[in-house]
Design a binder for this molecule. Structure first.
Ligand code: AMP
Length: 214
């Protein structure tokens, strides 16, 4: 099964994507995570991507598309995958569709986790990420056992540069302009499924499970 997660930054699509990946035993592919791993390793791609990410802008398609196509061509993607943060523009979606069509394949579902902007700003300011392993938490909705310390690896938690309020505002603008058109794009293909992302995480997941047909 090939699933695309749609939704504003901070809508909770990453959390849901991980749970889908666990339940269906398919890889969770987050372009944001791949860029952050590259930044941490100090690669050329990481250096280039960081310039855009820190400003809340999208990394150019030339850097993003190849990375994603290489990733989904790997062996572990044979039974499908859940994409989290890709596509983010219509051209990205078209490239993915074309690559799949060449294999006689298509995306099965585009799951839109719908959350109004007001809720997003509030949620993002509470997000915390581990400086070392990249695990993400929320001071209210997904707290760590010890405040400020990563449950997984014991290192310090920070508010990511791109989760700061001024950057979030910019990311929301970018989302509405460049990513939201994908909702129509997948609706026209009749694979769009929208869930109410303001519900609690477990309920949202159950709604998704009902849609994907477990
Ligand atoms: P995320 O973790 O998905 O919120 O992504 C964090 C940042 O990485 C975004 O704000 C963009 O700067 C960049 N990014 C992630 N995925 C993409 C993509 N598909 N296209 C362009 N930029 C992306």
């Amino acid at each position: 099964m090939k699933i695309i997660m749609l939704g504003a930054p901070g809508a909770g699509k990453g959390t849901q994507a991980k749970r889908i990946a666990d339940k269906w035993q398919i890889p969770h592919i987050s372009t944001g995570d791949i860029f952050r791993a590259n930044i941490k390793e100090g690669t050329e791609l990481g250096k280039e991507a960081k310039k855009y990410m820190d400003q809340g802008a999208l990394v150019p398609d030339e850097l993003t598309v190849k990375l994603l196509l290489d990733r989904v061509a790997k062996d572990d993607c044979k039974n499908g995958y859940v994409l989290d943060g890709f596509p983010r523009t219509i051209p990205q979606a078209e490239v993915l569709d074309k690559a799949l069509a060449e294999l006689g394949d298509t995306v099965d579902f585009a799951v839109n986790v719908d959350v109004p902007d007001e809720n997003i700003i509030n949620r993002m300011s509470g997000r915390r990420a581990c400086v070392s392993c990249g695990a993400t938490y929320h001071i209210t909705y997904a707290p760590t056992k010890t405040e400020g310390i990563c449950d997984r690896c014991g290192k310090e938690l920070i508010l990511r540069e791109d989760d700061k309020p001024e950057t979030v505002q910019k990311r929301l603008e970018v989302y509405h302009k460049q990513t939201q058109p994908l909702i129509d794009y997948y609706a026209k293909k009749e694979i769009l499924k929208t869930v109410d992302g303001t519900k609690d995480m477990e309920e949202v997941f159950q709604d998704i499970v009902a849609i994907l047909g477990a």
